[in-house]
Write a protein that binds this ligand. Structure first.
Ligand code: TYD
Length: 203
């Protein structure tokens, strides 16, 4: 038995996208993501990750609302119908990312960000949320070495520190739902930890 609706969360370069894919293959789940899990959402995503000067000017409240708009569409078009059809679904990022990035990272009131997300999703929460946790140094090294920075990844160490601490706080406040997995190590080693964490959380 595995949970039916699983979210992967973590800071940039935490390895969660790789791990979400591995778990989805292993359990035959539908893999989806935010932002950009729908056609409309992909248009919203390009606004959010824009490199242009206009994109860089995006107001934090506008950013939070675009994340919520993407989520509402994703829930309506993919998540609810999929779950109703009996699919197991894994989403690469969900409400937890809004709490950590727009709340702790950008400094919006976390309770308000939560309220907007819950309104957008109609209160749909995952059965289990896997937080892939890597230390700041690991995330920074991977970002510098492996990735092209986008608007959100360009914010620097202070932002990343707040996001990592934000995820820790959100996970600690809801240990029923969140499973914190150490993301340091080989892809296979981490995948095994993820598998155990998800198996342990089965109803
Ligand atoms: P993406 O390239 O998908 O990042 P990753 O591969 O690390 O998942 O970009 C998504 C970015 O959007 C990422 O920096 C986190 C951010 N984000 C938020 O700030 N709030 C949210 O609610 C979500 C879903 C993502």
């Amino acid at each position: 038995m595995t949970p039916r609706f699983i979210a992967f969360e973590g800071c940039d370069a935490s390895g969660k996208s790789t791990q979400a894919r591995i778990l989805a293959d292993r359990i035959g789940a539908l893999l989806t993501r935010e932002p950009g899990g729908t056609a409309g959402g992909r248009r919203i995503r390009s606004l959010l990750l824009d490199h242009s000067p206009e994109g860089r000017n995006l107001d934090v409240r506008a950013e939070a609302l675009l994340m919520a708009a993407d989520r509402a569409q994703h829930v309506a078009e993919v998540l609810r119908p999929g779950l109703a059809a009996g699919l197991t679904i894994i989403t690469d990022r969900y409400i937890g990312s809004s709490l950590a990035y727009q709340g702790y990272g950008r400094g919006l009131a976390v309770a308000e960000v939560r309220r907007i997300s819950e309104w957008a999703s109609g209160g749909l929460w995952p059965d289990v949320i896997v937080l892939l946790r890597v230390p700041l140094e690991t995330a920074m090294t991977r970002l510098i070495e492996e990735r092209t920075p986008d608007r959100l990844e360009n914010e620097g160490a202070g932002f990343l520190i707040r996001v990592i601490a934000g995820f820790d706080a959100v996970a600690a406040a809801d240990p029923q739902r969140w499973r914190v997995v150490d993301g340091v190590g080989s892809v296979d080693a981490v995948a095994e930890r993820v598998w155990k964490a998800v198996e342990d959380s089965a109803p």
